[in-house]
Ligand binder design. Sequence first.
Ligand SMILES: Nc1ncnc2c1ncn2[C@@H]1O[C@H](COP(=O)(O)OP(=O)(O)OP(=O)(O)O)[C@@H](O)[C@H]1O
Length: 308
Amino acid sequence: MIQLEGFGKDYGDFTAVENMDLKIEAGETFGFIGPNGAGKSTTIRFLATLLKASRGRGEVAGCDVMGDPMGVRRSIGYMPDNFGVYDGMRVWEFLDFFAVAYGINRTARASIIDNVLELLDLGHKRDDFVNGLSRGMKQRLCLAKTLVHDPPVLILDEPASGLDPRARVEVKALLKELRKMGKTILISSHILTELADCCTSIGIIERGQLLMHGPIDQVYRQIRRNRFVEIAFTENGDAGISILRSSPALRDLEIRPDRVIAELETDDAGLAQLLGYLIAQGVKMRSFNDRDPTLEDVFMTVTQGLVS
Ligand SMILES: Nc1ncnc2c1ncn2[C@@H]1O[C@H](COP(=O)(O)OP(=O)(O)OP(=O)(O)O)[C@@H](O)[C@H]1O
């Protein structure tokens, strides 16, 4: 549904995105993850037909991004990172304005606006002025705007940025709902955990390079050679930490007040051996938990500390 082939973008001498290949299948919710300045918005703005590529090409819903921009625009709902709402308009008028722009006739518009308002839980704000809405409500209204022409593809640039935790949870729930409706979604974020439970696939971008992408479980598996073990010591914790530090398999060690998290390049046998050794050395533990990597772990492993 979304495809990039050798996409690159330069701003003068500066290369913002290098030679990016990407394929997102229909029905996927793709999390585009990277720190500030990584090149997410540049890629997204190209896909939304707002920016020309310096090299390469892209396709959205079968339409060539540069050859058929109108086809692409009809197929996408785009939410920019810096969105604005027009002052002096009521909520329903704002949506009606975009529905008119998409050429939807008057009769259809009324029911579409009602449906979209209901989906976004904005029905009670129908007649409010948009400039009086809270940030969270404005963000939701912007999301509503992307849906009025019922596009198969949604391209959302940091839709949850600046929202409080409750509003973030609501955005995530909404994304799941939209996925169930069959939408293909590309969503960007620099907050890793934000996307962990609502994406089917992810791509990790840093300094203009897509370092890794694929189905979320595949990406996890690729880095699975590194194991993340959470250990809570009850006695001789200092000795435990020294043992971990002297292990040749240790890649990273995070020490927290109640536990440590060791990243180890080893297998099941190696972990069993380490556990046995800790016990033999008189280190007491209430847990030694080989946990699944989190999105944060994946990101740190993949970017290998290039993040400044
Ligand atoms: N119009 C422009 N002219 C010059 N440089 C630009 C322009 N737009 C973006 N850049 C640079 O290109 C790089 C990528 O920017 P981009 O906005 O795509 O990153 P991003 O991953 O979306 O970051 P953020 O999370 O901060 O939005 C940055 O170094 C940015 O400063």
